[in-house]
Design a protein around this ligand. Structure first.
Ligand code: IMP
Ligand code: MG
Length: 186
């Protein structure tokens, strides 16, 4: 049972639904009269993206991109590789990048730079979770679901080693799941 690996629930299904609806309402207001294109950064944001765009009432387009950031365990590095590129041309479009969590900012700093070079009309960043205390690169989100402390969280799309993405809530993973008791490593 995956739920046994969860120390505590941070955001319930209901809290997530309420906050996603608020973000969508804000996007509806900010982009009134326009047709934004939402870009989901796979895989972590797929559930957030699906719920967010269903709560948005504006006409919009969607696209998906996948990146892998070389890092080990629970941290990313500055080395980012595009493993799946967009299908659509974004030149002249109003882009909303949809992320699961903004942590060091390494992934987004690189991604935003790549997208900017393709000359969209505008780019904004919408992240469900933000861990500002961990920031290494100066990336700021325009829409933030919830700020979180420096804890490793899973569920609602977020994984640890590709597991737990299907939990309907967001919870803190028990440290012993990723820190084997016998390990004396720093
Ligand atoms: P960054 O490059 O350090 O900002 O890392 C961003 C990516 O790291 C996110 O898109 C997640 O895939 C992953 N990540 C960072 N923190 C967490 C966490 O607490 N749980 C699950 N994934 C995380
Ligand atoms: Mg991940």
């Amino acid at each position: 049972m995956q739920a046994q690996d969860i120390e505590r629930v941070l955001f319930t299904e209901e809290a997530l639904r309420t906050r996603v609806a608020e973000l969508a309402a804000q996007i509806d207001r900010d982009y009134a009269g326009r047709e934004p294109m939402f870009i989901s950064v796979l895989r972590g944001s797929f559930i957030f993206m699906a719920d967010l765009v269903r709560a948005v009432t504006l006409p919009c387009k969607l696209d998906f991109m996948a990146v892998s950031s070389y890092g080990s365990g629970t941290t990313s590095s500055g080395q980012v590789k595009i493993t799946k590129d967009l299908s659509e041309n974004i030149e002249g479009r109003d882009i909303v990048v949809v992320e699961d969590i903004l942590d060091s900012g390494n992934t987004l700093a690189y991604l935003l730079q790549i997208l900017q070079a393709r000359r969209p009309a505008s780019i904004r960043l919408c992240t469900l979770l933000d861990k500002p205390s961990r920031r290494v690169k100066p990336v700021q989100a325009d829409y933030v679901g919830f700020p979180v402390e420096d804890l490793f969280v899973v569920g609602y799309g977020l994984d640890y080693a590709e597991r737990y993405r299907n939990l309907p809530y967001i919870g803190v993973l028990k440290p012993q799941v990723y820190e084997p008791a016998a390990s004396g490593d720093a």
